[in-house]
Write a protein that binds this ligand. Structure first.
Ligand code: ADP
Ligand code: DP6
Ligand code: CO
Length: 325
């Protein structure tokens, strides 16, 4: 049943992949070449309100109080919700990102997970987590995993029906934190969507990436079950750099890291030389995330303060799944 003028608000947290999704088998349906694993973060999230309204002649969206001009990807997504629910009204969407937008901190993950939850409920649908994950996938692949708290796996599947994420462990048993260093909160020049397409089409190493990522996934999954922080951290770091080497080996070659990203990486290596265990991972953007245990947060932070201001350093623990507010 569609409840008119009944705004629904949902919150979804971002997630950072420990084994990355980088490439699609089906660009329209967003079916990935690889399965991926992530940790949902408590510090970064999106809150989105959706209200279907008889008086609207098109969808309208405000993101962080600014009207969104290029609404096409949102309208395409809302068309899927309209098809599923058999309704023909347009919606007003109001969204707030408590995370930098398009900066490699997974705003598309929290953004489309929150939109999937709020829009489907506002349309009168009562989707379970699997169906929500499938719907979120149509907005952005990484959003499949933000339906869940803790560790989640997006099982690649082969089609619209069997490509969705599942919870691996929530609450998480491991003592794991991610320290994000916000080096640049401006939108990236090459979106994740565009970047991965260039890699799939032109990197001669893409086939190796597919094979290696399948192995990395099993390694990280076992590390989660065995509560083995060292294996998880090492493998996540390697997998992340394997992804970035696809960008470097593409034609045209491109790079998400900047000079400050390298500075953070050097700090992490210095910390490791001092016996402080920590690892790095990076997505499609220059901002580095450090994977560490609680006992080392203080020391890592004081190392980072040598180069970066305190407000740029955000410490996250495992976050929750979708919540209706
Ligand atoms: P990021 O690294 O932040 O995930 P991407 O390049 O993957 O960057 O994705 C950015 C896309 O996500 C943009 O198309 C943007 O419009 C969309 N997006 C960001 N925030 C939201 C939101 N709150 N609701 C819907 N879409 C969003
Ligand atoms: C590097 O999910 O943002 O963060 O599906 O095209 O919207 P689209 O891309 P997106 O890609 C995420 C890439 C990544 C790795 C990951 O989150 O698995
Ligand atoms: Co994204």
């Amino acid at each position: 049943m569609l409840l008119d003028n009944n705004p629904i608000t949902a919150r979804a947290h971002t997630n950072i992949a420990l084994v990355k999704y980088w490439g699609k088998k089906d660009e329209k349906l967003i079916i990935p070449n690889n399965s991926s694993i992530s940790l949902t973060l408590d510090e970064f999230y999106t809150e989105t309100t959706v209200n279907f309204d008889d008086n609207l002649h098109q969808d309208i969206m405000y993101l962080d109080n600014k009207k969104v001009d290029s609404i096409k990807s949102i309208t395409n997504f809302m068309n899927i919700v309209r098809n599923l629910s058999n309704i023909n009204k347009f919606a007003k969407i109001i969204s707030y990102n408590h995370v930098p937008t398009s900066a490699g901190l997974a705003s598309s993950a929290s953004g489309f997970a929150a939109l999937a939850a709020a829009a489907s409920k506002a349309a009168g649908l009562n989707l379970d987590n699997k169906e929500l994950s499938k719907l979120a996938r149509r907005g952005s692949g990484s959003a499949t995993r933000s339906i869940y708290g803790g560790f989640a796996e997006w099982k690649k599947g082969t089609n619209d029906e069997n490509s969705y994420a599942v919870s691996i462990q929530n609450p998480v048993k491991m003592d794991i934190n991610m320290i994000a260093i916000i080096l640049d909160n401006q939108p990236k020049k090459i979106s994740s969507r565009k970047g991965m397409k260039i890699s799939v089409n032109t990197s001669p190493y893409y086939d190796s990436w597919e094979k290696q990522t399948t192995k990395d996934l099993e390694t990280v999954k076992n590390a989660i079950y065995n509560n083995d922080f060292t294996v998880l951290g090492k493998t996540a770091e390697l997998n992340s750099m394997r992804m970035h080497s696809l960008t470097l080996s593409s034609d045209p070659s491109y790079l998400y890291l900047n000079k400050d990203s390298l500075l953070v990486i050097n700090h992490i290596k210095a910390l490791r030389d001092k016996g402080i265990e920590c690892y790095y991972t990076m997505d499609a953007g220059p901002n580095v995330k450090i994977i560490c245990q609680s006992k080392n947060i203080k020391k890592i932070k004081s190392e980072l303060l040598q180069s970066f201001d305190e407000e740029k350093i955000k410490i996250s623990k495992s976050g929750e799944g979708i919540k209706y507010l």
